[in-house]
Structures are given as C-alpha cells and as structure tokens.
Design a protein around this ligand. Structure first.
Ligand code: GZL
Length: 328
C-alpha cells in the first residue's frame, strides 16, 4: 500500500496517508481511482480511540471507492485539527471527516470548508447546534442515552439507599461525550426522584493518568468511607481510578461501586475481577458505515443528520461471557 505523509501540516500532528492515491492531477478531488478523504482524528488517548482509528483506516483501505485516506492524529488539540482541515482544503480532498475534540470553536474552519465546496462529516463526537448547518451528518453514539443507561442502573442498584453519594470523573472539558454522559445520567436520577448527593465531579480528560490523579484528589479531599459510587465517563479514567482506590487501601467494586463507559477488554477484565460493577458500551467500530456515508455524501445523496451506532450495556453477571467478544 503506497503511503505518503502530508506536506505543510502543522508540526506535531501525527500524519498518515493510506492506500494508493488517485491520479487526480490537482493533487486532490475524486479521480477515476476513487475519492480522497481527509480525516482529522481526536488523538490516541484511549483504547476506544485507537480502535476507532483502526476501524476507519481498515475500512478505507479495503474500499475500492476510496483512493486515499489522509489521516491526522491531532493529539487532543483543537488547533491541530483546525490546521489539518485547512490543509485538507488546500489539497482539495473530496470529503472531510472530523471527530471534534470539543463542541465549540468550529464555525470559522467549517465555513472555510463550505466555501471551498467540500462537505464535512462528523465521526464520533458532535459540535454545538449553532454550527449544525456546517456539516452534512454525524455518525457515532447517542452519548445522552449512554448516560441514561448509567443513571438507570444507579437508581436500581441503590434503590434502598437513603441518599447515594456519588463521585464523577468527567471526560475532556467541553467534549460532547462528557457533556452528554453527564446530562443523561442526572436526567434519569432527577426524573426518578432519586435521592443523591454529587460529592465531587472533575475532568480526567479521558486518560488513565487523568483518572488516577483526580481520584487521588477525591480520596484526599473526601475519603471513601461515605462514597457509594464512582461514575467514570470512560474506561481509562475508571481503570486509573481503580489503581488509586487500591493504593488507598479500599476495595474497588465493593467499598465503592464503579460504572465505566466504552467496554474495552481491559474494562471487562477489571469487571471479571470484581473491581467494577456496570459497563456502558460505546462502539468505535463504525469504519464501514462511515465509508458508505462518505460515498453517499460525495455523490450528493440525501443522508440522515445523525447515524447512530449499535451499542448495549453489561451487568457483572455478563462480564465473563462478554469478555472474549471485546474487540479493543
Ligand atoms: C466516545 C469517544 C470517547 C470515548 C473515550 O465516542 O469520543 O473519547 O468514550 C475517548 O474513550 O477518549
């Protein structure tokens, strides 16, 4: 497979280009070999993200309709994503795919893409409603629903409690999955009249290091003796928190119940070991669906504004049977 690295992209972004490039003489634009696609990925902060990148790259490489996928890992920095999109515009790609690290700050660059006549597809995360006319469609999860699943399990697990005391490890500040997983969770608790206290809530930036550091602060500030539940917006932060809980001499999954979101192998393994109690699945493997959307959008076909991916949730009695099925 011919690979070439992109010239002119901001230093520091990790650049890859897969598949044989089309013969388009202007360096971009569809050719008889197929479509040229620019993909500005968030980063490589979690197993979910790595699996998502692999799914998209594998699907593009296997799809004869795609001549080239120009992939940029923006290392969780919005400026690097913006630089990548500007470069895709210069390269005159056929379609831009963006996994926006946060919901805001996209108006100018997406307006530039619109003015260049290049359609934008959002993969995974969303952006603020004010900019919804600047992209054609989003494929990904319903993050609010993921939060609702966590909330429903919580109201059932602690139904007998007078007041359930909760710690929350939030994802990246300003990111759609962080905002929406928070929204869905508390929407259920409040609508059910569930008695709870949110003792503390801070961002661990979707990383294991961030989750561990914030959990250490939670423990030093509040102790864990009166805490019932940790709700972590992704596996990495939950697993980092488990390390901190064990190092403080407490038993994760028993002294404090734990919910994680994603469903990685490592997350399910921790569940099998009894260190956490509920896993809400977030599905990264939508590469094939994304390629279909790219072709439809490039052909000017009408598509739904949102294409949800299939995903479930798992209780402790299901962890062992599900573990072999996990793909990341
Ligand atoms: C969710 C995705 C989130 C994952 C995290 O679709 O945006 O980003 O839940 C990842 O693991 O960092």
């Amino acid at each position: 497979m011919l690979k070439k690295s992109l010239a002119g992209l901001a230093a520091g972004a990790l650049l890859l280009s897969a598949a044989a490039c089309g013969s388009g003489d202007d360096g971009g634009g569809g050719s008889e070999d197929g479509l040229v696609v620019g993909f500005a990925q968030v980063g490589a902060e979690s197993a979910w993200r790595t699996a998502n990148s692999q799914s998209v790259q594998d699907s593009a490489a296997a799809d004869d309709r795609i001549a080239d996928l120009q992939f940029v890992d923006a290392q969780q920095e919005q400026e690097k994503q913006i630089d990548a999109i500007r470069n895709f515009i210069t390269q005159k790609v056929d379609v831009i795919v963006l996994a926006p690290v946060v919901e805001t700050g996209w108006t100018d660059i997406l307006t530039e893409a619109e003015q260049a006549g290049i359609p934008v597809i959002l993969a995974d995360r969303g952006i603020e409603a004010a900019d919804e006319d600047l992209y054609v469609t989003r494929i990904g999860s319903d993050f609010v629903e993921e939060g609702r699943k966590a909330g429903t399990w919580t109201t059932q697990e602690f139904a007998e409690n007078d007041t359930t005391r909760i710690l929350q490890l939030e994802g990246t500040v300003g990111a759609a999955p962080a905002n929406d997983r928070n929204e869905g969770f508390f929407e259920v608790l409040d609508s059910e009249g569930f008695s709870y206290e949110l003792v503390d809530s801070q961002s661990g930036d979707f990383t294991a290091e961030g989750g561990k550091a914030v959990m250490e602060t939670f423990i030093s500030t509040h102790g864990l003796d009166d805490i019932d539940l940790l709700y972590a917006h992704n596996d990495e932060m939950g697993l980092g928190a488990i390390q901190a809980i064990e190092e403080a001499g407490y038993v994760p999954g028993e002294d404090i119940k734990i919910i994680i979101v994603d469903g990685s192998k490592a997350g399910f393994q921790a569940g099998v070991e009894g260190k956490l109690n509920y896993i809400v699945e977030c599905n990264p493997a939508f590469g094939d669906q994304l390629m279909d959307l790219v072709v439809q959008v490039a052909n000017g076909e009408d598509v739904e504004k949102f294409t949800p991916v299939e995903e479930g949730a798992f209780t402790a009695d299901q962890f062992e049977a599900e573990l072999p099925n996990r793909q990341f």
